[in-house]
Design a protein around this ligand. Sequence first.
Ligand code: SAM
Length: 283
Amino acid sequence: MPDQASKYSSPTTVPVGVDPTRASIARVYDAALGGKDNYEIDRQVLKQVAKAAPQVRDLAVSNREFLKRAVRFLTERAGITQFLDCGSGLPTAENTHQVAQRVNPDARVVYVDNDPVVIAHGRALLEDNDKSFFVDADIFQPSQVLDDVKVRTYIDFDEPLALLHVGTLHHYTADNGGDLMREYVDGMPTGSFVVIAHFFNPETPELSELARKMEYHFMHSPMKSGRFRTREEILALLPGLELIAPNPDKGPGLELCDQWWPDGPKVLNDVEKCIVGVVARKP
Ligand code: SAM
């Protein structure tokens, strides 16, 4: 049997940490959202992609807004009380625990990330919250996450949970992401949910070219990751799961992040048409 560490590999398995000469996914994302916890090397990634897609930052905004709506949906409509948030990112104004605990003050959140800057900020932020916790682990090694002592202590695996992989799997550049996700799904009880937001290649003549260019620039930037997968490739990341309808007017499926239970009518730009969100349930 190959060991878990060699089964899945990604450029983000070794955290960049606070090295200002290497771009970090968390810091690039922070820069895209207008935060202050980033270096010139991180901003360079966005500048490089902006050559092909001047509105590149909208990918991050659409992703984050989707995360909040999906967490509200799961807490309010699906009665989920525990969240395993993989790749939590740098703290923003509204983090998963704040969104969930506004609906249900007893909701528990375990955040997982391997970026030292994220971990330091996260631990400080959560000091006063006795229902939210931080774990330092590689989210692309499911057994590392699922077997973690803190995860096992604060998530009850006899009760449904929500696994968030929002804005993470496009940084997993290998083609066996379906196997990786199957390990997570196998470890979760029936009635659990998986939430994914992912860079998207819509496979239309105009938008495919844009998606391919953004992918090229991300992959050749100092960040070295950012795949724009097709509908079929993203669905392969949800093995054995039932998709949830993305809003009351639509059937189950993937949806552009901005149109997943939208806050209101919005005219989307082309970049916003290149990121999708999906919520799926383990039957
Ligand atoms: N999920 C958050 C959201 O949607 O707002 C943040 C998404 S951010 C784009 C991706 C996060 O995944 C970063 O904080 C990064 O440090 C983390 N990450 C990337 N690869 C990782 C790995 N192999 N193990 C743990 N965390 C990882």
